[in-house]
Design a protein around this ligand. Structure first.
Ligand code: DGJ
Length: 337
């Protein structure tokens, strides 16, 4: 497995691209402005942003970023046949912003439990890929996340709720969706308020798309196997016009690989593979990153958000955020320097 050692790899990398501001970008972003912060990406308190495997909730003219807190010494879990590097589960952080550039630290919105290895959110466990959606009927912010043991044998989802976007969130349940293993996952809320859980299952060989209950607190039996035997993870779903798109990665642990995009007119129907959305140099490794979320910015413009994992020092993992353009025929993510 390739371990990068060049110094730029250890640099937090953040692209915030407002190449054409639209109605849903609340900032007074300048047309065609491009920001590249080569050193550390800081919050309003001057601390490095710590939000990995992140997702963004767009709520009442504000963006809320939720991510994994990776802090402390990275260690290798013994007895695994893969490079199972980990840090203690640090819980979930939240930052808010009205322009996607300046982020206010909102604190730890889901705290881990300490010294209780039986708890599914103990620091000895794994808490990954939090995603938050808002349920307008119950007026509740609902967070789903991947909960696991340090050897990834537990493969549960966790569901937490809050009455505020800035938390605190309380863990309500953790379970195997429809009895299936669930590792990397995401949520997608449709314009008709229907929401879906997309999760890697069956030893990561096959992905599932499952419609959530109306309160978004649990799954329904509408659970469709997709990408059967294709070994995909890191799902990020979005919609353009009446078509749904799903970008996934391959399953190579913390090492980057090629992304793959698929499209359908019905999330619970048949998906067609449409290829790698990245192009140019390093497109075969998603520019040395792994996708986590796609944020719609309006009119076919999206922000593709990815993690640049630093597997031997996970706290130093960086972020790659790139503009993504979608039209009826193609999905394009291009490296910007
Ligand atoms: C890849 C996943 O996408 C990450 O979220 C994390 O689970 C790593 N694998 C662990 O190796």
């Amino acid at each position: 497995m390739k371990i990068k050692t060049n110094s730029s790899f250890f640099t937090i990398l953040f692209f915030a691209v407002f190449f054409l501001p639209t109605d849903t970008v609340y900032a007074q972003a300048k047309p065609d402005s491009l920001f590249f912060l080569e050193s550390k990406w800081k919050d309003d308190q001057g601390n490095t942003i710590n939000a990995h495997g992140a997702g963004i909730l767009d709520y009442h003219n504000k963006y809320y970023l939720y991510g994994e807190i990776k802090k402390g010494k990275t260690t290798l879990v013994p007895g695994q046949n893969w490079l199972d590097y980990r840090v203690p589960a640090g819980g979930i952080s939240c930052y808010s912003s009205s322009d996607l550039i300046h982020w206010k630290y909102e604190g730890v919105v889901l705290s881990p439990v300490t010294d209780d290895p039986q708890s599914n959110i103990d620091t000895s466990r794994v808490i990954e890929r939090p995603k938050v959606i808002y349920n307008s009927k119950t007026k509740t912010f609902v967070m789903w996340m991947h909960l696991d043991k340090n050897d990834y044998s537990f493969a549960h989802v966790g569901v937490a709720t809050s009455d505020k976007p800035t938390g605190p969130f309380t863990l309500k349940s953790s379970f195997l969706p429809n009895g299936n293993e669930s590792r990397d996952m995401t949520l997608f809320k449709d314009s008709n308020e229907r929401a879906y859980l997309i999760y890697s299952s069956e030893n990561n060989s096959t992905m599932h798309v499952c419609q959530l209950s109306e309160d978004y607190l649990t799954t329904t039996k509408a659970d469709k196997r997709i990408f059967v035997g294709l070994n995909r993870e890191a799902p990020a779903m979005f919609k353009f016009r009446s078509q749904y798109y799903l970008i996934t990665s391959g399953t190579t642990g913390w090492s980057p690989n090629q992304a793959l995009c698929a499209r359908t007119s019905n999330p619970l129907g048949k998906w067609s593979l449409i290829g790698n959305p990245c192009y140019g140099a390093k497109s075969e490794t998603t520019y040395d990153s792994q996708g986590t979320f796609v944020l719609p910015l309006g009119k076919g413009k999206y922000l593709f958000m990815a993690d640049r994992w630093n597997m031997t020092d996970l706290e130093k993992s960086g972020y790659v955020w790139l503009p993504m353009l979608v039209d009826g025929n193609s999905v394009k993510i291009k490296w910007k320097n």
